[in-house]
Design a protein around this ligand. Structure first.
Ligand code: GDD
Ligand code: MG
Length: 364
């Protein structure tokens, strides 16, 4: 089977992390986001994966080559010379996606869930039409693509509205599709949007269906959602694969759902959790309190720091008695001084912060 992952886009909403790494390589649950997708695709029997890239392809190529061996898949980089949007990349990869008559998966690179590829394939085959979109329910649908069903039909889509300004429904496009190769004929090789152009065209011909997602879902393309997605992912792991988490009996674990890389070091009298990920070579001092946060590779959290709802970037350090909260994001190699308070700060790479940041702001 074949799949295409849309890994382009500049990832601006996930800055300052994406100033250092392209969004699909930012670690989510201690693995690059794209790792989770390649792993799930391979498990569903996909052998041919196209990565549609336009932003910094050289970093992506190096990182992804090793997955070919690990998951026994062929990964092809389809590099755009100008951003082709969310549909143009499918046309650019037509040779691979259209090489046989079987359907192919398409994924946005920033969506995290228990990817239902096998069930999706079965459902798609059962209705036999052009495309199937995975849908999930959200409370705030305006930042997504919303689908509306045909009256009296459980799955056939009547309307697809991208980022609606008025409420049309709360069942949204989860950014995961399975499409027949015939869809490629509908797309021109130019910058074009699958949501704005291709889906409405298929809907008009009555060939687009929805498939309801089970379990959690999150687009983790912005810091607030990255943190919420981390909480959902950790609680899902707690049910599916608790061995990936630190046992709740560990004295420093508080409230559960704590993932600690084997190379991370934790000092005495810490209280960590719920919902914390500590990356490779992270060093946590004594008496540290961390909750609802992600600490990326090589970062240091010094003695008695208090960290909540924070993403601490690679190689950064958080000073003694510092207090970080309210969706604070530190880029690569940031230093937060001792006793400094940061409230919702977004700090660009290589900055050193010595004064309090009292109100949410970007520090450059
Ligand atoms: N190759 C390539 N080229 N990829 C691109 C380009 C491009 O020019 N532009 C965007 N992408 C990729 C992004 O990297 C991402 O993986 C995916 O296309 C979707 O782009 P986003 O920028 O993340 O879109 P969104 O989050 O606002 O909305 C999309 O996702 C929602 C679900 O999270 C839409 O598909 C919505 O309908 C959907 O509900
Ligand atoms: Mg997105």
């Amino acid at each position: 089977m074949k799949a295409l992952i849309l890994v382009g886009g500049f990832g601006t909403r996930l800055r300052p992390l994406t100033l250092t790494l392209p969004k699909p390589l930012v670690e989510f649950g201690n693995q690059p986001m794209i790792y989770h997708q390649v792993e799930a695709l391979a498990a569903a029997g996909v052998t041919d994966i196209v990565l549609a890239v336009n932003y910094r392809p050289e970093i992506m190529t190096a990182a992804l080559n090793k997955y070919e061996e690990q998951f026994n898949v062929k990964i092809t980089f389809s590099v755009e010379s100008e951003p082709l949007g969310t549909a143009g990349p499918l046309k650019l990869a037509e040779k691979i996606l259209g090489k046989d008559n079987s359907p192919f998966f398409v994924l946005n690179s920033d969506v995290i869930c228990e990817y239902p590829f096998k069930k999706l394939l079965d459902f798609h085959k059962s209705h036999g039409e052009e495309g199937t979109i995975v849908v999930t329910k959200v409370e705030e649908p305006s930042k997504y693509g919303v689908i509306v069903h045909k009256p009296n039909h459980p799955s056939r889509i009547d309307r697809f509205v991208e980022k609606p300004v008025e409420f049309v429904g709360n069942r949204i496009n989860a950014g995961i599709y399975i499409l027949n190769p015939s869809v490629l004929k509908r797309i021109e090789l130019r910058p074009t949007s699958i949501e704005q152009e291709t889906f409405p065209a298929i809907v008009k011909d009555g060939g687009l269906h929805s498939f309801d997602l089970e379990g959690f879902w999150m687009d983790v393309g912005q810091p607030k959602d990255f943190l919420s997605g981390t909480c959902l992912y950790l609680s899902s792991l707690n049910k599916r694969n608790p061995k990936a988490l630190v046992p709740a009996s560990e004295p420093y674990v508080f409230g559960g759902n704590v993932m600690v890389h084997p190379t991370a070091k934790i000092g005495k009298n810490c209280r960590i959790g719920p919902n914390v990920v500590l990356g490779p070579n992270v060093v946590v001092g004594d008496g540290v309190r961390i909750q609802r946060s992600v600490i990326l590779e090589n970062a240091k959290v010094k003695d008695h720091a208090w960290v909540k709802s924070t993403i601490c970037g690679w190689n950064s350090s958080i000073g003694r008695w510092a207090r970080l909260e309210n969706v604070t994001v530190l880029g690569d190699d940031v230093s937060i001084g001792d006793e400094v308070y940061v409230n919702g700060g977004s700090v660009l790479p290589h900055k050193s912060i010595k004064q309090n940041v009292e109100t949410p702001s970007i520090i450059m």
